[in-house]
Design a protein around this ligand. Sequence first.
Ligand code: RTP
Length: 157
Amino acid sequence: HGVPGTSKERTFIAVKPDGVQRGLISDIIARFERRGYKLVGLKLLVPSKALANEHYADLSKKPFFAGLVDYMTNGKAPVIGMVWEGPAVIKQGRVMLGATDPTAAGPGTIRGDYCLTIGRNICHGSDSAESAEKEIGLWFGGKGEIVNWTANNDEWV
Ligand code: RTP
């Protein structure tokens, strides 16, 4: 699960079903890749209800919870789950996504560039070290699903 506060910090970033349907997977990956973050986990899946319920457990009392879980799990389009690693990736990942409500997201952010509706805000990012640890453990369990590798990009001329 990475080491928060170091260059090995890790976060969970997802492209939600509307982002996949809209063909935004590559753009979202490209932004993190070009920034210099390292992709250490990647999968495409239709999450189970159990996974979505647990992922959004903090929101279980909200009126939009059932609709949120259905949108994530109904299989109309899959989800891309990713683990990205690098300095301050938890905080910067959220900055790169933009505000949860896209009408408040600045230009240059993913949500600020591509969407307007809170219920269809195309992406997710862990909001704290605790959430990152929980979410990475939830979405990535299998042996070898997260890969440690050397990017050779941390010593420019
Ligand atoms: P996220 O984890 O997706 O980056 O968003 P967040 O923590 O900033 O926001 P949170 O309040 O935890 O909401 C999680 C997701 O729930 C959906 N939502 N729908 N219909 C609504 O009013 C509403 N409010 C929130 C969004 O998909 C949001 O990303």
